[in-house]
Ligand binder design. Structure first.
Ligand code: SF4
Ligand code: SF4
Length: 76
């Protein structure tokens, strides 16, 4: 599932559009970015991690979730 932007939280900064390696977002200055090519999403999670407002939600495909390891569990 492609990312979903919470318009109430989004500050319209454009970071998600700038950081996406696939250039999936279209962003007009002062507007909430639009996911223009949702089917191309790699689910890399960069837009979620780099959004300063925590406004991006990304639901990972099931096979990604099965392989997911929380990095915090790898530390002592
Ligand atoms: S990075 Fe977050 S706050 Fe900035 S435009 Fe994208 S969704 Fe909105
Ligand atoms: S998860 Fe990665 S590829 Fe998908 S929209 Fe976000 S930054 Fe782009």
């Amino acid at each position: 599932m492609p990312p979903i932007i919470n318009e109430d939280l989004c500050t319209r900064c454009g970071m998600c559009a700038a950081i996406c390696p696939m250039h999936l977002f279209k962003h007009e200055k002062g507007q909430v970015p639009v996911v223009a090519y949702p089917e191309e999403c790699w689910h890399c999670n960069a837009c979620v991690l780099d959004c300063p407002a925590r406004a991006v939600e990304l639901r990972l495909p099931l096979n990604y979730m099965v392989l997911h390891v929380d990095a915090d569990t790898l530390h002592d």
